[in-house]
Design a protein around this ligand. Structure first.
Ligand code: ATP
Length: 422
């Protein structure tokens, strides 16, 4: 089997690493890839949003399966473009990808499917959104409808703050077209967890729960990032509740998209708030989370290529999804200053030594290999991921491994996994 992975983060390194373990996979290409994916396959200099070039490459190389990592190519319709050429794609079509690409679409689908989610309104007119905020009161959540790199959500503690967010999004148009519509919703209280499932259009099979750490500083303080670390399972979402979430959230959405003749294939990721009234959906993503993917790939105890092909062929029900019983935990090493401005081009060493500890894998994100040396190219550089018998053991091992990794101007959180001990 010949596979093309699209993307360049730690998530794509983890997918390439796992897919390379399959005896059926002969060749892996990663577009555009990074310093880590270069060790698992061949990097190809094509951007994730250059659909014509990606499709042409997949045709030229007789690719058997395309695996888009990030949401952008999915929302732009890579699956639909590949369908026209008869090339299988592990990911949803552009219609279903709106579950992530449009928060208004996702809320309307949830409402239609009867999925528990915060009460909401969708607005195109600033004055109507403002009146809704004044009517509901604070705290209240304001969300730009479209993709905004995780920055389009404001959890407002006062109506003034909410109205200011509406002004920025709807009047000053700080998110461009992504803010043409705005979702305003009730503020939920609870702890968050990620519930990530494989889907084949009909059947849904869950990976174990996980939890990421979005805030840049310890104790979940400071600005939000793409994710500073993650671990699996998340005790706040125990296995005893998976069936309930499949029945109340995942299956109704997949069934509804099926009846619209737009089957959902690929990864359906629900960001769940565990409230005192049960699990509520905060958001859907239509791909693996980064960094959740890294610890999840370390727990997956089967051939990922088999599972992905089963999804594409509608055979997920017959395909087992064994998972290692242990806990995995990944700590992101970032460049100091991220998510603000940060230096690039730092030399990285000690990855082999960290991995030599055993049950450790260093997934690379913002890296490249220059003249034989691995250097940083982005804000989130590495994800040092470890497996242990329980959360304490996985955490201990990840931080032990981190001591071997050397990079100037490195920053990482010292408390990844802390919520799991509560
Ligand atoms: P991501 O960076 O995960 O893509 P996003 O921009 O798609 O995020 P959401 O996940 O919808 O946006 O919201 C971001 C964060 O805002 C959530 O992780 C949660 O912490 C908070 N949030 C969103 N909706 C609510 C809500 N209704 N009540 C309380 N907090 C919320």
């Amino acid at each position: 089997m010949r596979i093309l992975i699209v993307g360049s983060g730690g998530r794509e390194h983890a997918l390439a690493w796992k897919l390379r373990q399959s005896a059926k996979v002969e060749e892996i290409f990663i577009a555009p890839g990074n310093g880590g994916t270069a060790l698992e396959g061949t990097n190809v200099p094509i951007k994730v949003d250059d659909l014509p070039a990606l499709v042409a490459f997949a045709k030229e190389k007789a690719i058997d399966l395309v695996v888009p990592g990030p949401e952008l190519p999915l929302v732009l319709g890579i699956k639909d473009a590949l369908d026209l050429e008869g090339i299988p794609c592990f990911g949803p079509n552009a219609f279903a990808a709106q579950l992530e690409g449009s928060k208004a679409f996702a809320k309307n689908i949830m409402q239609e499917a009867g999925v528990p989610t915060a009460a909401f309104g969708v607005f195109e007119e600033f004055s109507e959104a403002r009146d809704f905020v004044l009517d509901k009161g604070a705290p209240i959540v304001v969300k730009a409808d479209g993709l905004a790199a995780g920055k389009g959500v404001i959890v407002a503690q006062s109506t003034d703050e909410a109205i200011q967010a509406l002004e920025e999004i709807m009047v000053q148009k700080s998110f461009g077209d992504s803010g043409k519509h705005v979702v305003v919703e009730e503020c939920l209280v609870g702890e968050e967890a990620s519930f990530i499932c494989f889907c084949d259009g009909h059947t849904v099979k869950p990976l174990p729960s996980s939890q990421d750490h979005k805030a840049v500083y310890e104790g979940d303080t400071g600005p939000n990032t793409g994710g500073m670390g993650a671990y699996s399972p998340a005790p706040v979402l125990p296995a005893s509740r998976y069936d309930e979430i499949i029945e109340s959230v995942m299956q109704p959405v997949v069934n509804l998209l099926g009846t619209k003749d737009k089957p959902f294939i690929g990864i359906l990721y629900a960001g769940i708030m565990m409230t005192k009234n049960g699990p509520y959906v905060l958001e859907f993503n239509v791909r693996f989370g980064d960094p959740e993917c890294q610890p999840l790939m370390m727990r997956l105890d089967c051939d990922l290529a088999d599972v992905m092909m089963a999804c594409v062929q509608g055979k997920l029900a017959q395909t087992p999804l064994p998972i290692k019983d242990e806990t995995t935990l990944g700590v992101v090493v970032a460049a100091d200053g991220y998510p603000g401005s940060y230096p690039k081009g730092m030399a990285i060493s000690g990855i082999k030594e960290a991995e030599a500890l055993g049950n450790v894998k260093v997934f690379q994100g913002g890296t490249a290999i220059e003249h034989g040396q691995t250097v940083s190219t982005g804000g989130r550089v590495l994800c040092v991921t470890a497996l242990g018998a329980d959360l304490a053991a996985a955490q201990k091992r990840a931080y032990e491994a981190l001591k071997f990794v050397k990079m100037d101007n490195a920053y990482y959180r010292k408390d990844i996994g802390f919520k799991g001990f509560k």
